[in-house]
Design a protein around this ligand. Sequence first.
Ligand code: 5CA
Length: 452
Amino acid sequence: MRLSRYFLPVLKENPSEAQIVSHRLMLRAGMIKQSSAGIYSWLPLGFKVLKKIESIVHDEQIRAGHVPMLMPTLQPADLWRESGRYDDYGQEMLRIKDRHDRDMLFGPTNEEMITDIFRAHVSSYKDLPLTLYHVQWKFRDEIRPRFGVMRGREFYMKDGYNFDLSKEDALHAYNRHLVSYLRTYERMGLQAIPMRADGGPIGGDYTHEFLVLAETGESEVFYDSAVTDLTFGDRDIDYDNVEQCQGVLEEFTSKYARTDETHDEVVFQEQVPEERRRFARGIEVGQIFYFGTKYSDALGATVQTADGQNVPVHMGSHGIGVSRLLGAIIEASHDDKGIIWPEGVTPFHCGIVNLKQGDDEADAACNQLYAALTAAGLDPLYDDRNERAGGKFATMDLIGLPWRITVGPRGLKNGVVELTSRRTGESEELSPEEAVKKVVAIYAQHQTGRGF
Ligand code: 5CA
């Protein structure tokens, strides 16, 4: 993409409405624009990162054997009356009437709808296990939407639902989700720690929230500092292997890590040596639940077993806050100049800054770099505007591309361009060919998301 043809409405001033750094930087980098409280337009740069995050979520769900689909945003109230949640959900639910005076709602989550789909089409144990998921806009009329996309009213969520014959099978689905979530967050450059949590309006005794530690997080958490040493890495996992998935769950959840709702000070002090006890804040980027037959009982979702009995299916639901993740990643990765995108989700792989636009040699070198990076399957952003170098650098630093190639007449005389890491600020002089080779090699080590 050439910046002169893109739409990147960066702001010079700090927007006064933004209280936390991720919100401020998303507005300044021209990623989002508020349309009303807690509801945003996703401008091209924000949209691109959103789609990259979504594509990583899809990759990892499909890898775990879960099946993608898409349900609507508007739901009939009658389904929610069957589960009893139409009245229970309270004012967070946006209720709508259609022209025939029928009660509808903008879905805050999809347990009822997916159970309805299941009961219409599945009646035998032979069709289990099954996990269906989608990534779709949700609406919760939060009392206090704030911090930009972090606590929106309209937000983008991956929600998945497992259907299993027994509690044992459903707990394996729970474990599969835990493993796939660890992989998902790590690919985005995040450490998200599974912590014992509370079921809330979704219900269920087994539930973990995934938290990214950050001072600006809305959740209070208590944990053993040893949990921060755990990483999943690139180990092999067989999602059908029950013991292996259970082993990962035990490894990642046996040390003390809980949100304030489930925190128990006595257990904390008993289990965790004093020097490892931590109290901090975190951003909840996902939650998994096993809730047994709560919804299948209410909606009559049963299957016939091998010996001819009809039994309600065991279910769980599993969510990832896709739009919230943009905020969480920025909170975890920025400096005073702007965002520092991890390679896995960066909107463009590499920036190209032309220090002397209109200079034949510099223009030709930039065009060649652009063509070579594109031919290698990368997506560069070429700042081809007639701007001062300082302004171009400030924009690149603000929007946070992890790598930048700077091209100027002086370097070109010596046959070199400059390759700079946004994270470390370190630069090296390389021939244009070497610079391309190096950027290509860096991205070969990352499974990046797919953008637009
Ligand atoms: N049905 C279950 C799992 S699919 C569910 O709705 N879970 S949830 O309520 O925990 O939401 C899943 C994730 O969505 C949360 O972990 C959080 O990351 C994100 N989320 C929830 N509310 C908001 C909000 N108001 N703004 C942005 N993200 C949100």
